[in-house]
Ligand binder design. Structure first.
Ligand code: MTE
Length: 316
């Protein structure tokens, strides 16, 4: 997201300026340089749980042909507004966040609602490693080896009812530990949503780690969504609530600037953002830009979910 704030109260999408784009590019170049020198630096700056290894993770074929983005870049140049609007803020400010103990409330239109401890949410499932591309709406991208479990398998355990057409997600609200939440940067708590068939699609996972380790705080500990064919902001972090609902739920960036960020937000090189092209992207750590692929390269798996929809003007 390119919103920069002169004052904490100035939260208007219209304030995005060419200067901020320029500053972001400079931040990118710094990151690329840092990534090159990554071996000399601590791996997860600020991450409270840095380095805790995950065991029993099954390898999968997903993304085996991809070149991974360095862990240093993924954990130190990212968006997590709860820790501040700058891409360096999450790694700077996430160190005091406490992802344990954790529980997730599951409610709404399902036969088995309840408050579930993190371990009970995850442990019935086999952990998988999946290498996915993450395409940010700001036209940069990363390749990340996520560790997680299919969201669809989790959803089934709660037995959603027939009229549950969407799944809504909510991030934890902890202004004492998340300094970004002390300011009205966004309409807290961060919320997101998927249509039920998107949530059930085999590509969609609940991520609990990356690079074989537990999820760093700044990347959404302890549990977040990963939806690889959508712009990064759909992949909501630090989830405390999952609700089955009949109508399209609220989504933070869609609410903030509906003409810029649609509810679906499928990666689409044919639909420019109102203020910049989405045709090309810069993979963090690389100098040359590359073409952005429809559905971020996952069209074969998901394009059929949107058959007959107007993905340019209406359902973007
Ligand atoms: N979730 C919450 N709760 N708050 C946020 O600010 N940022 C989103 C998404 N999830 C965000 C969030 C955006 S804009 C992106 S690009 C991805 O997280 C970044 O994920 P990463 O940190 O793993 O790269």
């Amino acid at each position: 997201m390119l919103i920069r704030f002169a004052k904490p109260s100035d939260v208007k999408p219209s304030e995005i300026t060419p200067r901020s784009v320029y500053l972001d590019r400079r931040a990118f170049l710094r990151t690329a340089a840092v990534a090159g020198a990554g071996a000399m630096l601590p791996l997860i700056p600020g991450g409270a749980q840095a380095g805790e290894k995950l065991s029993d993770v099954a390898k999968t074929p997903y993304g085996q042909d991809e070149t991974l983005t360095s862990m240093m870049s993924v954990t130190s140049y990212n968006n997590f507004y709860e820790f501040g609007p700058d891409k360096r803020d999450p790694s700077r400010h996430a160190g005091d966040f406490k992802p344990k103990p954790w529980s997730v409330k599951v409610d709404g239109l399902c036969a088995k609602p309840g408050e579930v401890a993190f371990d009970d949410l995850i442990s019935p499932h086999k952990l998988e490693e999946r290498i996915y591309r993450l395409r940010c709406v700001e036209a940069w991208s990363m390749v990340i080896p996520w560790v997680g479990i299919p969201l669809g398998d989790v959803i089934k355990r709660f037995e959603p009812l027939g009229d549950a057409k969407f799944v809504a997600f909510e991030t934890v609200m902890r202004p004492d530990e998340m300094i970004g939440q002390q300011r009205p940067l966004l309409n807290w708590p961060y919320v997101e949503g998927l249509r039920m068939d998107e949530a059930m699609n085999p590509l969609t996972i609940l991520g609990i780690g990356m690079y074989g380790e537990v999820m760093p705080n700044q990347n959404g500990a302890p549990v977040r969504l990963v939806v690889p064919w959508k712009y990064g902001f759909k992949s909501i972090k630090s989830i405390v609530r999952i609700s089955f609902v009949a109508d399209q739920p609220r989504a933070t960036w869609n609410e903030q600037a509906p003409h810029e960020y649609g509810f679906y937000s499928n990666v689409n090189p044919d639909r420019d953002h109102p203020r910049w092209s989405q045709r090309r992207e810069r993979r963090i750590g690389e100098l040359l830009k590359r073409d952005t692929l429809p559905f971020n390269g996952y069209a074969e798996e998901v394009a059929q979910l949107y058959a007959g929809m107007d993905l340019i003007n209406k359902d973007f």
